[in-house]
Write a protein that binds this ligand. Sequence first.
Ligand code: HEM
Ligand code: HEM
Length: 158
Amino acid sequence: MPLEIPSSVAFGMSFVHPVLMWVLLALSGYGLYLGIKAKKLRTATTAEERKPLIQGQFAQRHLKIGKTILAVMVLGTLGGMAVTYLNNGKLFVGPHLLVGLGMTTLVAIAASLTTAMQKGNLVARKVHVGLNMTVLTLFLWQAFTGLQIVQKILQPQA
Ligand code: HEM
Ligand code: HEM
């Protein structure tokens, strides 16, 4: 039995998650940019190559954005599940739910590797990048299935 909340409120809440997740997609793209810049500095050899990159503080900014991405993805996923449950009295065990939970798991594991990466662990660094590239790829698919769900919600109920 779905929780009793006014249907207009429930309808409105359905759009918070999609908008938030599109913002998160943009943020993740920016995170990728900062990560690539951080790598450029790490691997730069000449002083004139390093100087502008040091000033950009890319690794610090990447970490800050990364922490935000982690928090928003966990809250956004749980929020999406909460709204789905409130609207339908159940969850739909389909691609959007499973890929969403998978992405959140992968990004959490990637974030847990940061201490090892900062100590120079090469395996942790490679796994971090691999996991997050997978997350970004899945994100595109998730945006697509998400829009299909939005379309379904906007269709008049028979
Ligand atoms: C969209 C998600 C993310 C992408 C695409 C991404 C990508 C990258 C890339 C390409 C690097 C550079 C690797 C290298 O130097 O070879 C990096 C480094 C790093 N990332 Fe991420 N990352 C993401 C999310 C996160 C998150 C969630 C955290 C932590 C909460 C994080 C923390 C770090 C740290 C600490 C480094 C090392 C920076 C340094 O060189 O000091 N990243 N990431
Ligand atoms: C990028 C654009 C996205 C759009 C447009 C979108 C859209 C939606 C919509 C409309 C719902 C149904 C809400 C309701 O029933 O009122 C939903 C549910 C959900 N979303 Fe998203 N979403 C997006 C991205 C994501 C991402 C990135 C994740 C996780 C990383 C995620 C995880 C979930 C989960 C777990 C549910 C509950 C699914 C269920 O039980 O059926 N979504 N999403």
